[in-house]
Each structure stands twice: as C-alpha cells, then as structure tokens.
Unconditional design. Structure first.
Length: 134
C-alpha cells in the first residue's frame, strides 16, 4: 500500500491514545452510575433505572452490526487497489465485531442487574403509608 509505512506510526500512536480515552470514559460512566445509585432512597429503583439504560444501550448497539452483516454491505465495497480494499474490509469487520462484543457486555450487565433488582425489590418493604407516617 502506498504511504503505508508513513502512516503506520500514526496508527500505533492513536491506538494507544484510544485505550486511554476508553478508560477515561469507562471511569466517567461508572461515576455516573454510582451517583445515581447513592442518591436514590430506594436502591431497587436505582438499579432498575441503570438496567433500563444498559439494556437500551446494548440493544441499540447490536442493531447496527446485525444490519450491516446481514445486508452484506461490507463485501460490496470496491476500492481499486486490492490491498487497500482488504485493509478497509478487515478494519470494518473488526469495528463491527468490537461493537457487537460491547453490546453483548451491556446486555449481560443488564441481565445481572435485573436479577439484583428483583432480589432487592422482594426485600424492600415499601408501602405508600410509610411516606405519610400513618
């Protein structure tokens, strides 16, 4: 591939930077989840909100790769040079595979949170009369 040796170093630098960005965004996400959890009075409701959002994120992320893989769009890409075409197709396949893995992780987290929510909901003694001191 023409100019590949020139841009190869940039690929390596950006891949290291992306790991740092991923870790920062994961820490911010965990911080937001902890704020939601500790600011709610009833923990089972906080967990319900969190599993709603993780399930929605997982379902949203899984739709895109499934649509791309089943529509066979990636194989229809035609670039003149064979090596550049193979590079783009392999990069796109890896990107959509990683998105699929991330969505499955979100769905697993959501399933675990559903089990925790059901356990906490059964333990809670919430009654409408508790708030009014009747």
């Amino acid at each position: 591939i023409a100019y590949f040796n020139a841009i190869q170093k940039d690929f390596l630098k950006w891949s290291k930077r992306m790991l740092i960005f991923d870790l920062i965004f994961a820490a911010v996400g965990v911080g937001i989840v902890l704020v939601i959890f500790f600011t709610n009075k009833w923990k089972h409701k906080a967990i319900r909100y969190i599993y709603y959002s993780t399930a929605a994120t997982g379902l949203f992320l899984i739709v895109i790769p499934i649509g791309v893989f089943f529509s066979n769009i990636i194989s229809k890409i035609a670039i003149l040079t064979r090596s550049l075409n193979d590079l783009y197709i392999s990069c796109l396949n890896n990107i959509f595979l990683n998105i699929s893995i991330i969505s499955v992780i979100f769905l697993i987290i959501s399933a675990v949170l559903i089990v925790i929510h059901n356990h906490l909901r059964k333990k809670s003694t919430y009654s409408i009369w508790v708030d009014f001191n009747i």
